[in-house]
Write a protein that binds this ligand. Structure first.
Ligand SMILES: [Fe+2]
Length: 313
């Protein structure tokens, strides 16, 4: 497989696992294409053409130094110039994959957050409310990443002549589907039962050994779960804190997420929603692993680094 094929496989798998369904993603892309067609020529030049076929703009090809057959890859949750130097030391690395977005993937992080509106709607939050509250948060995230040194690692990859891609929401979607299948419609009664299920997942088991396992942030083990929503595993980054009240009104009792800010936690508490934090890097690892299994089946050797807890399935 070449870099482009690996990238395309990730996007394809991300689409298949998407909460919106394949049809929902197709509709999303169709709208993007229609909008593009309507643009004036000058605007078309500025338009990010990746958006016409890739619904996950935080997952990108960042540098192709040599378009060769990929046999050995280094994969990490965060790739910085340090990891590139590490790859140079290891030697014979054909491609480096970062989970967290870099370069134009980072600059466009906010654009995948629209997915959260559909996820919330799936759990019963009216679409107008989800869209209204997310719109504000999406622009906040867009401004937040605007000041970053987006190209730092990409520049290092160019200097060291490494192929580099980032796969963020494409992989988070795989984690979200995996957890959904494990948890939803299983009649999980109490938070402690939910914790048991999570703790059986190898990535979380491994994270627990260093004190980063699943934790109850709001509520307690004795609490009943009610309706569980996997609404904070994929879709870029945290949504609006104002959503918890609306989620409670929509009948959600428990939210399972990767991480949560203090402000979000307080709002969840006020809305009486239980919050179980499965773990950030461990949840990221879960999604990346589900993709890497496919690469390994094709004979690609994987060197995990930068927090990636590699588990094969
Ligand atoms: Fe992450």
């Amino acid at each position: 497989m070449k870099t482009n094929e690996i990238y395309k496989l990730a996007v394809q798998m991300g689409i298949e696992a998407d909460f919106r369904g394949k049809e929902g993603v197709a509709r999303f892309l169709k709208r993007k294409n229609k909008k593009y067609e309507k643009l004036a020529n000058k605007e078309k030049e500025e338009f990010d053409k990746d958006a016409l076929g890739n619904p996950f703009l935080d997952s990108r090809i960042l540098n192709i130094a040599e378009d060769k057959e990929i046999k050995k890859i280094m994969v990490g949750i965060d790739i910085e110039p340090a990891e590139l130097l590490l790859a140079k030391e290891v030697g014979n690395i054909d491609l480096i994959i970062s989970h967290h977005p870099l370069g134009k993937g980072l600059a466009h992080l906010a654009e995948v957050m629209d997915l959260q509106c559909d996820v919330l709607n799936r759990y019963g939050v009216p679409i107008n409310i989800a869209e209204g509250l997310m719109k504000q948060r999406i622009s906040e995230v867009a401004r937040g990443v605007n000041g970053a040194n987006h190209q730092r690692t990409v520049d290092a990859a160019k200097i060291l002549k490494f192929n580099l891609i980032c796969l963020h929401t494409a992989c988070d979607n795989l984690a979200a589907r995996f957890l959904r299948e494990k948890i939803e419609n299983k009649n999980v009664e109490r938070i402690e039962d939910l914790m048991e299920i999570l703790k059986e997942i190898p990535e979380y088991k491994e994270a627990a050994k260093i004190g980063a396992g699943p934790k109850v942030y709001v509520g307690s083990g004795d609490n009943r779960c009610g309706k569980i929503a996997l609404s904070e595993i994929t879709g870029g980054t945290e949504g609006s804190p104002k959503l918890y009240e609306k989620m409670a009104q929509a009948g959600i009792g428990t939210v399972v997420g990767m991480h949560i800010s203090e402000e979000h936690k307080k709002e969840a508490e006020a809305a009486n929603i239980n919050v179980v934090i499965a773990g950030h890097i461990s949840s990221d690892s879960l999604g990346v692993n589900l993709f890497l299994d496919e690469l390994e089946k094709k004979g690609i050797e994987i060197i995990p680094c930068s927090g990636l807890i590699r588990v094969k399935r």
